[in-house]
Design a protein around this ligand. Structure first.
Ligand SMILES: [Zn+2]
Length: 281
């Protein structure tokens, strides 16, 4: 069946991280000599899925600068007009227009400003929702645990519907994939786009498309990211997504540093105008 679905990435700010430590498992370091070990600012994308019978938003992005700086990654910033409400407005929508929000996970940089989505169903994997109620202290910051005197936007949100199951269809052509590992109940969102390809909004299940590379010397079929709650699940999630696409640019990590350049050419992914960077490559 022909699809009209397209994906519009919306950048909600920048978070500096050290690529070598954060994006790749330390065991792969000898094979990644060109990857920088100093902090570089990474974008933080939410993804708007347009053209379906419901308007779907994958993640709501990060907080304002002061909150990000003080409690999360120092040096992070959200420019004026980069909060999710303003970003939606810049492309002609209000938060009230969003029918369904799917949160890949409940970390602070993917679920901020959730209280603005009062007309939306908010889908979160049950495992993630339950873990977020009582995270281990290592993750108190990520989930803005009350132990830190904070109240995360998802806390007490009455629109949240915990969901379970792999390949759960949300609307025709949009499926939730279980991609556990980065966090206990992390999910990705697969979209069958108008150009006939499937794209995967991959959240933090991988950080860089090089996570899809093999390292034959180590017998690695992928390179796992450096941050995870469960490395076995992480490995299988990267492997699983790699197997679902013909080429790597169909996978859209939330912090992909190559996306800004790609979007400068065309802000919409998966359209039929023949000018998407994936078609051109
Ligand atoms: Zn995360």
């Amino acid at each position: 069946m022909a699809s009209n679905l397209t994906i519009r990435p919306l950048n909600t700010g920048f978070i500096p991280t050290k690529p070598l430590q954060y994006h790749f498992h330390f065991s792969a370091e000898p094979y990644l000599r060109d990857v920088p070990d100093e902090k570089i600012p990474l974008p933080d994308y939410a993804f708007l899925v347009e053209g379906g019978d419901r308007l779907v938003l994958v993640d709501t992005g990060m907080s304002w600068t002061e909150r990000a700086n003080e409690y999360h990654h120092p040096g992070s910033w959200q420019d004026e007009g980069q909060d999710i409400e303003s970003m939606l407005k810049s492309v002609g929508y209000s938060c009230d227009d969003i029918d369904i929000v799917i949160l890949t996970h409940l970390h602070w940089d993917h679920s901020y400003y959730l209280e603005k989505f009062n007309n939306s169903r908010v889908l979160v994997h049950r495992r993630e929702y339950e873990f977020a109620q009582h995270p281990i202290p290592l993750y108190y910051k990520s989930y803005e645990d009350p132990a830190l005197g904070l109240e995360a936007p998802y806390k007490g949100n009455t629109h949240i519907e915990p969901v379970e199951g792999d390949e759960l269809e949300v609307i025709p052509g949009v499926r939730i994939l279980e991609t556990f590992g980065h966090s206990p109940g992390h999910v990705s969102v697969e979209v069958d786009c108008a150009d006939g390809r499937n794209y995967i909004c991959a959240g933090d299940s991988l950080f860089d498309l090089r996570n899809l590379d093999p390292i034959p010397e180590l017998h690695y079929d992928i390179i796992p990211p450096g941050r995870f709650a469960d490395v076995v699940a992480t490995w299988n999630s990267v492997r699983k997504q790699k197997a679902r696409v013909e080429e790597r640019h169909q996978i859209l990590p939330a912090h992909d540093k190559t996306l800004p350049d790609r979007l400068a050419e065309n802000p919409i992914i998966g359209g039929t105008d023949g000018t998407t960077s994936s078609d051109r490559r």
